[in-house]
Design a protein around this ligand. Structure first.
Ligand SMILES: Nc1ncnc2c1ncn2[C@@H]1O[C@H](COP(=O)(O)OP(=O)(O)OP(=O)(O)O)[C@@H](O)[C@H]1O
Ligand SMILES: [Mg+2]
Length: 416
């Protein structure tokens, strides 16, 4: 008998939900945990691919190989038609995504003891900002990838709508709710009318007042924090002996999860060496070369991400740089983080304003703001979004599981 699941393929974390009475909706995907970090590690010495936390562990243990994180960020960029070199041969990014989604399917099926041939896939409101044709193409591509991974029938649902359905299952009275799903790659918003009664309706189109979002999320905060802290320590913002600024291109690649591996190409290293010969101060570039030769790019990004997460609950934190320079740390304060992420935060805030304008709903009429997604933990963002909706009650969704659970609800509605 065919079964249908809800699949939340996230930039940072993925979940699979299956609705059964009396049982938890999210399926265990790794060591009993109901999420699989969206990470792959390809071993160099043997034909072995590791996933999720195990992939992170092998990379950190120093195995030779290739780390891949934030693969979803490749959707909707020209990279999706490109390949990356793995074990000396080019592998299309499409195949890597299909591979990861296939692994999610296999693990979910093993946990559920059934086959899932149909799925409701979550999608951000915008894969790409301000380009409907490219956005459509990104959804089509994700659909093709999911079919290549073995799903015969696929429906899509906006991720914040899935979060709304999951929250609705806990409600006792009607409310106008703004869902704010701030994830790893995108910030997505839906303004929805939810109630226990409405939850039983098959067609919810009238209850969805507006959707909106931007292609900005936690990985962008990581990138901005890295550009403000770790990258200057590796030479960004330095000068050459002729007084010109240090070329900055590869620092941007290194600060963004999905382009880190570019720094390991021969061409990139040669570029760093050219700058080395002309640099006024070579110490930062010595550190950069050490990072390249030790393949520490993802490790550095993890230090930055950990610092960001620590700053959600502390005013100041230390980033240990010991894998590159033993004993060295960089101190980062909350105000420095807030300043580094001001631009993306302002754009996310503008997306909420635009959504309210689009819906023709005054901010005061919103009863509830539902915060979900890992990056909804960022204090400056919460403050700014809360200030936009002063009258609304702030509710915490299931930060990492709400979308997958809501997609499972939707899968039952759509596929029975
Ligand atoms: N306490 C915290 N404070 C700030 N950021 C956090 C916190 N916990 C997790 N994050 C960030 O949340 C992001 C992951 O969130 P989530 O799992 O919701 O994303 P995702 O669903 O994989 O991404 P998307 O939905 O955008 O594709 C990461 O960038 C992570 O660093
Ligand atoms: Mg998400």
């Amino acid at each position: 008998m065919p079964h249908a699941c809800g699949l939340d393929f996230g930039t940072s974390n993925s979940t699979v939900g299956w609705l059964r009475p009396g049982q938890p909706t999210l399926l265990p995907l790794e060591d009993g945990r109901d999420s699989l970090p969206s990470v792959l590690f390809f071993h160099a010495e043997e034909p072995l691919i590791r996933y999720g936390r195990a992939a992170l562990a092998d990379y950190l243990a120093g195995y030779e190989g290739r780390m891949m994180r934030s693969l979803k960020s490749v959707l909707g960029t020209s990279m999706i038609e490109e390949s990356t070199e793995l074990m000396g041969r080019p592998v299309p990014f499409r195949d890597l995504l299909a591979h990861f989604i296939g692994e999610l399917k296999r693990r979910a099926e093993a946990a559920a003891g059934v086959t899932f041939d149909r799925a409701v896939l979550g999608r951000p409101v915008h894969f790409i900002d301000d380009d409907p044709a490219a956005d459509r193409l990104a959804e089509d591509t994700l659909g093709e990838i999911a079919r290549a991974a073995g799903f015969a029938e696929i429906e899509f649902q906006f991720e914040p709508i899935a979060a709304a359905f999951n929250y609705e299952a806990t409600m006792t009275a009607e409310a106008l709710v703004l869902v704010a799903d701030i994830g790893g790659g995108t910030s997505d918003f839906s303004l929805v009318r939810l109630s226990p009664d409405r939850a039983n309706r098959a067609d919810r189109r009238d209850d969805i007042l507006a959707n909106g979002g931007v292609h900005l999320g936690g990985t962008d905060f990581d990138q901005q924090l890295s550009l403000a802290t770790a990258m200057p320590w590796l030479g960004l913002g330095g000068t050459l002996r002729n007084g010109k600024p240090m070329p900055s291109g590869y620092y941007f690649d290194l600060a963004a999860w999905h382009t880190i591996n570019r720094i390991y190409t021969r061409k990139a290293r040669a570029h760093v060496m050219d700058n080395y010969r002309d640099a006024a101060d070579t110490a930062p570039l010595d550190r950069l070369l050490r990072l390249i030769d030790d393949r520490s790019g993802h490790w550095l990004a993890m230090q930055v991400e950990e610092a960001k997460i620590a700053l959600s609950s502390s005013e100041v934190t230390e980033m240990a740089m010991d894998r590159i320079a033993p004993g060295q740390t960089l101190t980062v304060s909350r105000p420095a983080f807030d300043a580094a992420v001001e631009k993306p935060v302002a754009r996310i805030e503008a997306a909420v304003r635009a959504l309210l304008a689009d819906a023709g709903v005054a901010a005061e009429r919103v009863d509830t703001v539902l915060f979900t997604g890992g990056s909804s933990g960022v204090p400056v963002l919460r403050e700014r979004l809360s200030a936009l909706l002063p009258a609304a009650r702030k509710v915490e969704g299931d930060r990492f599981g709400g979308i997958g659970s809501g997609l499972a609800l939707d899968a039952r509605r759509k596929f029975g």
